[in-house]
Design a binder for this molecule. Structure first.
Ligand code: BJW
Length: 262
């Protein structure tokens, strides 16, 4: 792990009151969940490679795909929901929850903006979590918009039908944000506020290619925040942040915490 960058990042965090963190699929990689993109680990079996290397996002993660083949799309999301339920938070999730409590004990705060749909941050104890791309744990009625949290047991009907609308005529879809769909307005507002108010913005485990989430770190920098990236691979923002830490989140986040406590 590059010592200078991590030491400088810890110093910036030590002086910060308000911290914003943007997380992506890489934060859950050490929990055994697949990322969407990235070089990945060639030593892993093919069923652990990045999702978009095996599956086509256009036929699975768009409203058009759901309209054309709701059975295939909902089976794929149910397969992923079961995987998320079986996964456990890792050292990065736990470290970010600890950092939130540490900042609060010093009169500050942490806003965790996540693109992840797996709810692992909440299960690790983070309280101020903004789900930019929704969550796979909640499904919603395509007719009335009512939300429901399916039981942990595997669903049996594909596509699943909504219990709320007449004669189960409407379908359920995962409450996630697909390509071409707007992000939830309250999440966008919370993210804009966090990027405006934070002293330090950390971008962790994201390829930084999906918008609008990828823009928040640059907005924070424009507002005067110090910026930190944690990712084992370079990304489009690596050259634009103050400190780019080329390491796994599960190693770098606990290391940052340890330096903060020194
Ligand atoms: C590790 C690690 C370890 C590995 N530790 N790190 C402006 C410019 C260009 C295009 C657009 C634009 N504005 C909007 C668009 C269109 C589009 C977009 O951004 N397209 C780009 C891909 C080109 N955006 C949208 O459509 C968004 N909607 C929107 O903007 O509405 C208004 C609008 C619509 C249309 C036109 C214009 C405006 C919605 C985006 C929704 C994204 N949805 C998905 C699926 C969610 C549901 C599901 O889970 O299936 O969200 S796609 C997928 O990508 C998922 C993720 O949240 C998202 C981001 O991925 P993330 O989290 O960064 O993961 P990866 O896999 O990409 O990266 C993992 C990283 O981890 C890698 O870098 C690894 O190296 C690293 N890593 N191990 C730390 N141990």
């Amino acid at each position: 792990m590059p010592h200078d960058a991590i030491q400088a990042a810890a110093n910036a965090l030590r002086g910060a009151r308000r911290v914003a963190v943007l997380t992506g699929a890489g934060v859950s990689a050490e929990s055994g969940l697949r990322t969407f993109r990235g070089a990945g680990n060639p030593d892993l079996p093919p069923d652990m490679h990045a999702l978009w290397k095996e599956f086509d996002p256009q036929t699975l993660a768009t409203p058009e795909a759901f309209a054309a083949n709701p059975e295939m799309v909902t089976r794929w999301y149910e397969w992923r929901r079961i995987g998320c339920l079986a996964a456990a938070p890792n050292a990065a999730h736990a470290g970010l929850a600890t950092l939130e409590r540490l900042l609060e004990s010093r009169g500050g705060g942490l806003t965790l903006l996540t693109q992840n749909v797996d709810r692992l941050h909440q299960r690790a104890g983070s309280r101020h979590v903004v789900e930019l791309h929704g969550t796979i744990m909640v499904w919603r009625c395509t007719r009335c918009g009512a939300r429901t949290e399916p039981a942990p047991e595997p669903m049996r009907e594909f596509p699943p039908r909504s219990a709320c609308c007449e004669q189960r005529a409407a379908l359920l879809r995962p409450d996630v944000v697909w390509f071409g769909e707007m992000l939830p307005e309250d999440a966008l507002r919370a993210a804009a506020r966090a990027a405006e108010e934070c002293d330090v913005f950390m971008s962790i485990g994201t390829s930084s290619v999906v918008y609008p989430a990828a823009a928040f770190v640059l907005q924070a920098a424009a507002n005067g925040a110090k910026t930190i990236e944690i990712n084992p691979e370079p990304t489009p923002i690596s050259g634009r942040v103050d400190w780019s830490i080329r390491a796994k989140a599960g190693e770098a986040v606990p290391r940052l915490l340890a330096l903060l406590r020194d």
